[in-house]
Design a protein around this ligand. Structure first.
Ligand code: HEC
Length: 265
């Protein structure tokens, strides 16, 4: 887990209502940064890693099946998470990538997962860079997660349940920070994920370049950071919790046009 975190007096400030974005001077700065997004550099890194023969087996990731058949990555991110028969499980982009790095390339699973979330101000981990590259290949395409397989549906329902469920010492649920428009913590607008437009903006912009960390970040990282804000135990990378949550969020955001890397504070 990432140890460097911005301390927050999160709890005290929830409920402070933010002014409309149009009147927000910070929005101007964010817009300027988004136009010159350093995250673009990480796409090239991910692309090189994807095509390179690597690991003990010296093979590339070109044979990895992200749901549309080996080698077909265009549009694959729009349908993830999805059910994969070979692992008999629902996987998001990152957990699928880990599967291929282990099964195809021969890397050690614990090693890959241990390094999946990179240190701030780094060049990003292999998983982060490749996840960004694969998602970027779907730029301009619409999020289109389906709940056809029973396990996809079950993951969705679990994610929905977890989104609304309150737990832990602070008795927080995602919905308390992300269930209403106009909420803020410090200077950060909290996305209302029960609003179609706002959730679409979220699901179409990860992986994202995060300014505060000066590196690329993925949805797995975002979720682990929010769990920390809720003072819950450290989130296991690629755990069922993360897949359930991502299935729920992505499905809610269906129709959003993918445009990565996003730019986050
Ligand atoms: C204590 C308040 C709090 C709770 C509870 C919380 N989050 Fe967050 N969440 C935040 C903050 C703060 C941000 C980052 C805002 C920023 O950086 O501008 C954030 C950002 C996010 C984002 C990225 C939004 C974007 O801009 O793309 C996602 C996705 C997310 N949270 C999901 C969740 C989920 C799922 C849960 C429940 C497991 C949850 N959050 C619980 C405070 C919270």
């Amino acid at each position: 887990m990432l140890k460097l975190r911005c301390g927050i007096a999160a709890i005290a400030f929830i409920g402070m209502s933010g002014s409309a974005l149009a009147a927000d001077p910070l929005a101007v700065g964010r817009q300027m940064l988004a136009e010159d997004n350093p995250g673009e550099l990480f796409i090239d890194r991910g692309k090189a890693l994807f095509h390179e023969k690597r690991g003990p087996n010296q093979v590339s990731l070109e044979q990895c099946d992200f749901g549309l058949g080996p080698g077909n990555i265009e549009g694959a991110a729009t349908r993830l998470p999805r059910y994969f028969p070979d692992t008999d499980s629902v996987q998001d982009l990152e957990s699928r990538l880990v599967t291929c790095m282990v099964r195809l390339q021969g890397f050690n699973r614990e090693d890959v997962i241990g390094k999946a979330i990179s240190s701030p101000r780094s060049h990003g981990s292999d998983v982060e860079n490749v996840a960004l590259y694969i998602t970027s290949v779907s730029n301009g395409k619409k999020m289109n997660v389906a709940l056809r397989h029973q396990k996809e549906y079950d993951m969705y329902k679990a994610g929905e349940y977890l989104f609304y469920r309150r737990s832990g010492q602070t008795d927080f649920g995602c919905v308390q920070c992300h269930g209403e428009s106009g909420k803020r913590i410090r200077l950060q607008d909290l996305v209302n994920m029960t609003d179609k437009k706002q959730i679409q903006e979220v699901v179409s912009t990860w992986p994202a370049y995060r300014g505060a960390h000066d590196t690329i970040r993925t949805m797995q990282w975002r979720l682990s950071d929010c769990l920390w804000q809720m003072r819950l135990p450290d989130l296991d990378y690629a755990s069922d919790f993360t897949i359930a949550m991502t299935t729920f969020l992505h499905y809610q955001g269906n129709g959003a046009v993918i445009k990565v890397p996003g730019f986050k504070r």
